[in-house]
Design a protein around this ligand. Structure first.
Ligand SMILES: [Zn+2]
Length: 299
């Protein structure tokens, strides 16, 4: 597995519209062709090389249509390069910076970023296991925004970190997730926990009483927080997450908080395979469904 694809190598590979389209075609029809409209599996060449036309109902579809690349208002090679930056840059990239670097309007950059976040959404297929430390924190709201902006209320985010001990006996963080929860009660905390950690995981929390019920069926260890000293990895992770939200984005709309939290963890959980994360993002964008603007703004 190649660990790091440099930006130069990436541009060499995907510097033209044709190269990007070819890549999207290979992803979209990697398992053969099926017509979206009628399910028929034979096609003829469509209006141009990156289209396929159903032999039965004549529905003509391009490699971008109905995917998250659908109707992007700037060149595809630019989109690919943006994707490289968003997925591989350690801290990601804000929409202001994207707009500035690529000479697109800020709303255009924001909308594209939202599509990328769709592709980075946690799928729930790789739940945390082993020893998992869990706690909640608050994000968003006025205190974390720029002065005079964002009056959105703070949200509770439950954070789970899978830890392990390295060869030198040092505790390390393997993977992590965050989940916005409505309340601090057992029911809400349990739902959050189950979306992040597999049954069979050993869950370590502070002594908050709700966790007794919330961890039913899991192996549960409750220990005093000791002002955070007993949960150093977890609190360091939470600190980094909050810093990133504040530093990169200034303020985030609370209704999009989960998207940002997932984006953060998408990169975090792939921090040792940066070269791959851009290809995973592109693949997921092809597998994703077109996101209309009204839906993106959460109307
Ligand atoms: Zn058809």
């Amino acid at each position: 597995m190649k660990n790091q694809l440099t930006i130069t190598e990436f541009v060499n590979q995907f510097g033209t519209r044709e190269a990007c389209l070819e890549h999207l075609c290979s992803l979209k029809w990697s398992e053969g062709y099926t017509c979206r409209k009628c399910g028929h599996d034979h096609y003829v060449k469509g209006r141009t090389w990156y289209y396929r036309k159903c032999q039965k109902c004549h529905y003509d579809e391009s490699c971008t249509s109905n995917t998250l690349f659908h109707k992007i208002k700037f060149p595809l090679e630019k989109a690919f390069l943006m994707l490289h930056l968003i997925s591989t840059h350690k801290k990601g990239i804000s929409t202001c910076e994207l707009a500035r670097q690529f000479g697109v309007k800020q709303t255009t950059a924001w909308f594209f970023k939202r599509k990328v976040q769709e592709a980075m959404t946690r799928t729930g297929s790789h739940l945390l296991g082993g020893l998992v430390e869990v706690d909640e924190t608050l994000v968003g709201g006025k205190e974390e925004g720029k002065p005079g902006r964002s009056l959105g209320k703070k949200q509770i985010v439950q954070v789970a970190v899978e830890t392990y001990t390295d060869k030198k006996g040092k505790a390390r963080c393997k993977r992590a997730y965050g989940q916005v929860v409505d309340r601090h009660d057992a029911e809400a905390l349990r739902a959050g926990l189950m979306s992040m950690a597999a049954m069979g995981a050993r869950i370590c929390t502070d002594q908050w009483s709700a966790y007794e019920k919330a961890t039913k069926g899991y192996l549960h260890v409750a220990k005093p927080s000791n002002a955070g000293a007993n949960f150093q990895l977890l609190h360091w992770h939470i600190f980094n997450l909050k810093n990133w939200l504040r530093g990169t984005h200034g303020h985030i709309d609370s209704k999009h908080a989960q998207k940002y939290i997932d984006e953060f963890h998408f990169r975090f959980n792939r921090r040792n395979s940066h070269g791959n994360s851009v290809f995973i993002t592109i693949k997921r964008m092809v597998e994703g469904s077109w996101l209309p603007y009204r839906e993106a703004i959460g109307k």
